[in-house]
Design a protein. Structure first.
Length: 520
């Protein structure tokens, strides 16, 4: 029999004993069963806010399905898609969130490791040199002594008797295996808790991803709205300057009052004073885009066109969305998973009150010479089974259970608050989007009316029957209406993004889909 065969037999015997004990007692667990939190049990069936003016019938809502598509591509803006893809790849907040997921994955593997035997290999060399009349040699009277006796009764002629010595070397190579049988499921509960924490952190990553995508979209449309307002502001200043020139001429000829003159001047200065602030806000929005995509301020210009033309998605959101989709929202999922981790930790704390059984085995070869170390006759082996039970630890273990149960109650309260808040946010976001959409449509009508008035005044002026001042006023009113519409456009985008963030993703009206699910 060779040494490797001996090592394999030792490991196989220990593993067999461990597996048998684990299979026999694998069903034992000290983790308590808990009912679902009240907020989850009493969650309403559907989102149906009375204030929302929905256009889809209830039957159509039954076909609503969440899609795993890149929902931001529905804006049809290649620049926006490029910005979002860049942000997903290079945003440093997302990079940190991904690193946290990697850390929790490693923590899960650490928690899982005790489920497997621990195997160690060891090689040792030991040299020992000592007097023969000490230790075991002295106990059996060997090696001579200082009294002149050497065990043979002779005399050395008055010279001091020399002391014999022991000198020897030992070579040893061994393999050790240890395993703690998880009788009460303590390690399995730790593994499940670590796995739940890992998935909760992965959900946090999805929430961070949605947040970065939403911020990128919002900031992009904000920059577009501000750029449009800056352009309209410049046109308004030019119109007011023309208006002032005409009014000054009319005032010099006694056709206009001083009040009219001062009013036009005040309007011009007010319009001029708004421009620096708008330009500053536009620069701020652009540079925030740079930060979101992981670039220095100014580098975003390479990705932005000279004129940002962002279209708004005004499509309806299906009525009667099933509210259980809320349970797929990342922060709700994370809360549920952390609640489960806290439940498993109660099982860990309870199992620590009970005895633990560990198996330890060691086997290998031992020899006084290196050349004979590979001889199988030099083998040795030992096996130990140890049962350890906590008898008294000053109440520490009981306190651990109380602390674990308290942490579970904390997570349960936090989870219920998350569910309630999320449900409220979805309802509020649905109503806000509908109202902002209505406001934007009203402003669309106002712009159409202002444009019609401007066209009328221009036609009258070109036919020689109109007044230049009326034409300038009509054009200025058109610019003002367009400015309000640009701001309303941004409000609609933010309201729709609020729905995306509240639901944690997007939706589609695809028939034939599987059960409703929410993706990011």
């Amino acid at each position: 029999m060779h040494a490797p065969v001996l090592a394999r037999q030792l490991v196989a015997s220990l593993l067999g004993a461990a597996v048998a004990a684990t299979l026999l007692l694998g069903g034992c667990s000290m983790t308590p069963e808990m009912t679902a939190p009240e907020a989850e049990r009493e969650l309403p069936d559907r989102y149906a806010p009375a204030e929302a003016d929905t256009s889809l019938p209830e039957a159509a809502a039954d076909t609503a399905r969440y899609a795993s598509t890149r929902w931001w591509t529905s804006f049809g803006d290649s620049t926006l898609t490029t910005l979002i893809d860049t942000a997903i790849a290079q945003n440093f907040d997302l990079e940190a969130a991904r690193a946290r997921v990697d850390e929790l994955e490693a923590q899960f593997r650490i928690a899982r490791a005790p489920l497997f035997p621990s195997v160690t290999g060891n090689g040792q060399y030991n040299y020992q040199n000592q007097p023969a009349n000490t230790g075991i040699g002295g106990a059996i009277g060997g090696g001579g002594g200082e009294d002149g006796s050497n065990g043979g009764g002779g005399n050395d002629g008055g010279q001091q008797q020399s002391i014999d010595r022991f000198a020897f070397s030992t070579y040893q190579a061994n393999l050790g295996v240890s395993y703690e049988i998880d009788f009460w499921g303590r390690v399995r509960s730790q593994r499940k808790a670590a796995l739940s924490q890992y998935f909760a952190t992965a959900a946090d990553l999805q929430a961070a991803r949605i947040s970065v995508i939403s911020q990128t979209i919002s900031t992009y449309f904000e920059a577009a709205a501000l750029q449009r307002q800056v352009e309209l502001g410049k046109r308004t200043v030019d119109l007011l300057q023309q208006r002032l020139d005409i009014t000054e001429d009319r005032y010099a000829r006694g056709l206009a009052s001083s009040f009219q003159l001062f009013t036009v001047r005040q309007n011009l200065e007010a319009a001029r004073s708004e421009q620096p602030q708008l330009e500053s806000q536009f620069y701020d929005a652009r540079t925030r885009l740079a930060t979101l995509i992981g670039r220095f301020a100014g580098e975003e210009r390479a990705l932005l066109p000279d004129s940002i033309d962002a279209s708004v998605d005004l499509s309806d959101i299906p009525a009667g969305l099933p509210s259980d989709l809320l349970m797929q929202r990342p922060d709700v999922r994370a809360g549920a998973l952390r609640l489960e981790a806290a439940r498993q930790q109660i099982g860990v704390a309870r199992a620590e009150l009970l005895p633990s059984l560990s198996l330890t085995g060691q086997g290998g070869l031992q020899s006084a010479s290196l050349s004979s170390l590979v001889d199988v006759d030099q083998r040795f082996a030992n096996f130990t089974a140890q049962l350890t039970a906590p008898l008294f630890q000053g109440g520490r273990l009981r306190a651990n259970i109380d602390a674990a149960e308290a942490r579970y109650r904390q997570q349960a309260a936090n989870y219920q608050q998350t569910v309630l808040t999320a449900f409220q946010e979805v309802n509020a976001a649905l109503v806000a989007y509908e109202k902002q959409r209505q406001r934007f449509e009203f402003l669309q009508d106002q712009v159409a009316s202002a444009r019609a008035s401007f066209q009328t005044q221009r036609d009258r002026y070109e036919r020689g029957i109109g007044d230049i001042l009326a034409l300038l006023d009509a054009e200025r009113a058109l610019y003002q209406a367009q400015t309000r519409r640009a701001a309303a456009r941004q409000a609609v985008v933010n309201a729709r993004l609020a729905v995306h963030r509240a639901l944690g993703g997007t939706w589609t009206d695809a028939d034939g889909a599987d059960d409703p699910r929410l993706f990011q």
